[in-house]
Design a protein around this ligand. Structure first.
Ligand code: HEM
Length: 524
């Protein structure tokens, strides 16, 4: 009987291990099954080994890796990123359907890696669903041509103070253009965005503009290093408190705090009427959105808004106002200065294009009373528009656009599951001979209205659809004012040590890897 007793008493230790082993086996089984998602759907891609695709992508720039994958697997390919199942779609018809017709199912952008601060989460770029709709609908009036028109005198002042005065002093000597254009775009954001006065002095004698510039550089310094890019991706999986305590986000806490404190201070002073004058900057337009009277809110009237049915104007909280101002810096600094760097380099290496452009600028400026470049004058510079577009095609500062599928949807016959992240690889599409004959040649005339083969659906530098770049008009005004002002006084030339081909970095924004010196030679 004793033996029998032994037989029937349950062996808890063994069962416990059985449970753990079974749970582990089930979990691994589920993971394997999950990782075969694309195989089961017949979508090609690299072997779905956990983290493999991400490690491969961190070894070379993500846009180059995506380009190679598209070449290898075709226009639609899948891989598993840290953010989950990800489809890279280089089929322009599918993308158009996703960006416009099925926008409602692809309205969100997915995990954004600058999220360690709760404050940064409030930026439009990071918002989702109804909150995104309402905030975008509320702040969109700040980005219309009429508002940008009011900001052009500030942009001209920045061009004069930061670029032209420096170039006149240099008198044709080479200058590092990353620094030059970095300082200019910061000036534009500080003055036209935050309402910082151009020649302001803070109490300790440093100019506020200089403090602004230092912090902006600090703000972006980390994203150029792979270590921080990986940390940025891991943020999705780490508790916020831990990230904040060890300050392991992609942007440094100190610089985030600087910009929030600065905007909060300006916001408060303006609200309390301590600052005199009429302000035409983005900060003021946001404050107006904060002061929106209840009767002005558009509840129920958003049916025709491009953000989709149900978008309403909302009264922004102070925290939300401040967040949108910081977003101005985040979205507008590296992007705009990169475009200026690439365009100047392309002009220096294509003197024929530069000559034609300078002739256009001079002809248009002849009719102007001052050397200030207004929006009306810019609109007359049609070749300038083509030059900037062509530069943005070859070097899109944001080399890809992302969306997340929020509901199972069929795009051109392909079933896409809810939760799938989509990458529209702008870099790859912009360099595809299918849309851009002789794609590596810098040829601004391909953007001529007469060019019948021009397909603007294959131009994604500012994204597409209701979630496309909100600041494109402002950015283009900033870029064109700087270029037009430069070309009225200088000819851009390669210096002795200017690289013959541009090596690009691996950061979030497309940028030259090394300094780019150019000469700005005064013209009579
Ligand atoms: C040459 C300069 C710029 C380029 C190439 C650029 C490019 C882009 C791209 C590709 C996107 C994603 C669009 C999409 O998902 O469809 C975007 C979004 C955005 N950009 Fe720009 N951008 C530039 C300058 C600016 C500036 C100066 C601002 C000023 C505030 C700005 C504000 C924004 C905002 C707010 C969004 C997010 C829109 C939303 O989520 O609704 N951008 N930009």
């Amino acid at each position: 009987m004793g033996g029998m007793d032994g037989d029937i008493s349950p062996n808890w230790g063994l069962s416990w291990w059985h449970c753990v082993a079974t749970a582990a086996a089930l979990w691994i089984g589920y993971k394997i099954w999950h990782y075969t998602l694309f195989i089961r759907s017949g979508i090609p891609g690299p072997l779905p080994i956990p983290f493999y695709a991400n490690i491969k992508r961190s070894k070379e720039a993500f846009y180059i890796c995506e380009q190679k994958w598209i070449e290898k697997y075709g226009k639609v390919m899948g891989f598993f990123s840290i953010a989950g199942p990800t489809l890279v779609i280089a089929d322009v018809k599918m993308l158009k359907q996703m960006f416009i017709k099925e926008f409602n199912n692809f309205r969100n952008r997915g995990p954004v890696i600058f999220i360690q601060s709760a404050r940064l989460r409030n930026m439009l770029i990071n918002l989702k669903d109804q909150q995104w709709r309402n905030v975008r609908h509320t702040i969109i009036p700040a980005f219309t041509s009429s508002k940008i028109k009011l900001m052009t005198s500030a942009l001209n002042e920045c061009a004069e103070d930061v670029i032209l005065q420096k170039l006149r002093q240099l008198d044709g000597e080479a200058v590092e253009i990353k620094k030059l254009y970095g300082a200019y775009t910061i000036c534009c954001i500080a003055v036209a965005g935050f309402g910082v006065e151009l020649h302001s002095q803070s109490e300790n004698g440093n100019t506020t503009l200089a403090a602004f510039e230092n912090n902006a550089k600090e703000f972006f310094s980390r994203q150029k290093h792979t270590k921080w890019l990986i940390m940025g991706m891991l943020q999705e999986y780490l508790p916020g408190a831990l990230i904040r305590y060890f300050d392991i986000g992609l942007v440094s806490q100190a610089s985030v705090n600087f910009f929030f404190d600065l905007s909060a201070e300006i916001f408060k002073e303006r609200k309390e009427g301590k600052m005199q004058g009429t302000f035409v900057d983005f900060m003021q337009l946001m404050i107006n959105a904060h002061q929106l009277e209840d009767e002005e809110s558009e509840e129920g009237s958003g049916q025709r808004s491009p953000q989709g049915a149900g978008a309403i104007k909302v009264k922004l909280s102070m925290e939300e106002v401040v967040s949108q101002c910081v977003m101005f810096l985040m979205a507008g600094y590296e992007t705009t200065s990169a475009c200026l760097i690439f365009t100047s380099y392309l002009l220096a290496s294509h003197p024929d294009v530069q000559e034609k452009l300078a002739a256009e600028v001079k002809t248009v400026m002849l009719g102007s009373q001052s050397n200030s470049v207004t929006l009306d004058l810019i609109n007359k510079m049609t070749y300038l528009d083509k030059v900037v577009n062509e530069s943005l095609r070859l070097y899109p500062p944001i080399a890809r656009v992302t969306r997340v599928c929020t509901k199972d949807t069929t795009l051109q016959g392909l079933n896409i599951k809810k939760g799938t992240r989509i990458i529209a690889p702008s870099w790859t599409i912009h360099r595809s001979p299918e849309f851009w004959p002789d794609p590596l040649t810098f040829n601004p005339d391909r953007f001529s209205a007469e060019n019948d083969s021009l397909n603007m659906d294959a131009f994604l530098s500012f994204g597409d659809g209701p979630r496309s770049c909100l600041g494109n008009r402002f950015a283009l005004a900033e870029i064109k004012i700087a270029l037009a002002r430069i070309l009225t006084e200088f000819r851009i030339e390669m210096a002795e040590d200017t690289p013959q081909t541009l090596e690009l970095g691996k950061g979030v924004f497309l940028a030259p890897r090394h300094p780019v010196p150019l000469k700005f030679v005064p013209v009579a």
